[in-house]
Design a protein around this ligand. Structure first.
Ligand SMILES: Cc1cc2nc3c(=O)[nH]c(=O)nc-3n(C[C@H](O)[C@H](O)[C@H](O)COP(=O)(O)OP(=O)(O)OC[C@H]3O[C@@H](n4cnc5c(N)ncnc54)[C@H](O)[C@@H]3O)c2cc1C
Length: 348
């Protein structure tokens, strides 16, 4: 069976790229083994245009954010499922100085499309926000599991739910051959799987473990609260609370220390006890040393590509970069240097 593209991995990256390639009229086969690390299935799914302790605009936000909502809405229509939640993100101020600074920021056009309101007073007796806070817009969260499940049905027989052992792939003339599939091109979209493959292990991946809780707690506003920790309402007073960042003990499962850390941070934000702990999940983000994605073509092997390295921000990055990658794959449109893996070829 011949195909234009053989993709390895059906996390958010492989799903988006597979979809874009099919839309462009290309044939695609995807291998995915669901029980390997699947960062996408653990992720909270937030997309947040202004992040970090210092509240700076997300890298490339002006390019990325216009793509997010139309892209996921298109997938919703395709799968007849709802998984995109457009919601404000409320970030309490820590001081009157910060409030003043944001009053100033609100006049700047570079922030205006992402700012909904500056509140100078507390928004709820249940919130620890004595100086008010900033409400962001053009933000929200993606419920990634129903998206991936829905897209499995869309890919149908083109999705092979099995591990692809990279050493089984043989080059035969112009084709990459594995099992009964002959592919013109091979695209690694397998998150940290690529780090351990002979093809792309020379790249500086920097995996980051993350843990996330689901808790039952009162106070369920229609916005996300985010300061030190985020809290997303899932319905019926259930909330997702996360995430931790650790660079060690990657193989260890859920830890008590992460549960404690998240609970402490949550109590600094919400003035109510946790009624119950529902679950604790752990995943490893496919992050990179320079925090930029990995897109591009293998330096030596013919027609072997990588679409990976989306770290902690796959939901925001993947809609735009799957478009860029598709154009590169089918029209050879040059990749932006900052994401092109060629930036590392001097070090091989
Ligand atoms: C705790 C946590 C919270 C997060 N929160 C957010 C958030 O709020 N917002 C956000 O944007 N991002 C978040 N992320 C990051 C997000 O999960 C990633 O950016 C994104 O999901 C990466 O998608 P991916 O498809 O590249 O990788 P993955 O989701 O890891 O997918 C890779 C896939 O490849 C498969 N695979 C690997 N090797 C093989 C093989 N040899 N054969 C077959 N299949 C293979 C795996 O099984 C997997 O399905 C979070 C991550 C974690 C861990």
């Amino acid at each position: 069976m011949e195909t234009d593209f053989l993709l390895i991995g059906q996390g958010l990256a492989g799903t988006a790229l597979g979809f874009r390639l099919k839309e462009a009229g290309k044939s695609v086969k995807i291998f995915d083994r669901p029980d390997l690390n699947q960062s996408s299935r653990v992720a909270a799914g937030l997309f947040n245009p202004v992040t970090g302790r210092k509240m700076v605009k997300t890298w490339n936000a002006d390019l990325l954010f216009p793509e997010i909502i139309p892209f996921y809405r298109q997938m919703e229509r395709l799968t007849s499922r709802k998984f995109l939640r457009e919601q404000g993100i409320y970030r309490p101020f820590l001081s009157i100085e910060e409030q003043n600074e944001w009053m100033g920021n609100s006049a700047e056009t570079r922030f205006s499309q992402f700012l909904s309101a500056i509140h100078q007073q507390s928004q709820s007796p249940f919130l620890n926000d004595p100086y008010g806070g900033v409400m962001l817009q053009n933000s929200g969260w993606l419920d990634i599991n129903p998206l991936l499940d829905g897209m499995q049905a869309y890919f149908g027989e083109d999705l092979i739910r099995n591990q692809l052992d990279v050493s089984d792939i043989q080059q035969e003339g112009e084709f990459w051959v594995v099992k009964n599939i002959k592919a013109k091109s091979l695209v690694f979209c397998n998150g940290l799987g690529a780090m351990n493959s002979d093809f792309f292990n020379f790249l500086p991946f920097a995996p980051v473990k993350g843990e996330i809780l689901e808790v039952k707690q009162g106070f369920s506003p229609d916005y996300i609260v985010n300061r030190g920790v985020f809290r997303v309402h899932l319905g019926n007073d259930l909330h997702r609370v996360g995430s931790t960042y650790t660079w060690h003990d990657l193989d260890q499962g859920p830890t008590e220390s992460a549960k404690k850390e998240l609970t402490e941070r949550l109590s600094g934000l919400i003035k109510l006890p946790v009624d119950a702990y529902i679950s604790q999940k752990v995943g490893i983000r496919p992050a990179t040393k320079d925090r930029k994605p990995f897109l591009g073509k293998h330096p030596v092997k013919q027609n072997v590509y990588l679409f990976d390295g989306f770290g902690a921000k796959g939901v925001s990055l993947i809609p735009y970069y799957s478009k860029v990658m598709t154009s590169f794959l089918i029209r050879n449109t040059p990749l932006p240097q900052e994401v092109d893996i060629a930036r590392y070829f001097n070090y091989i």
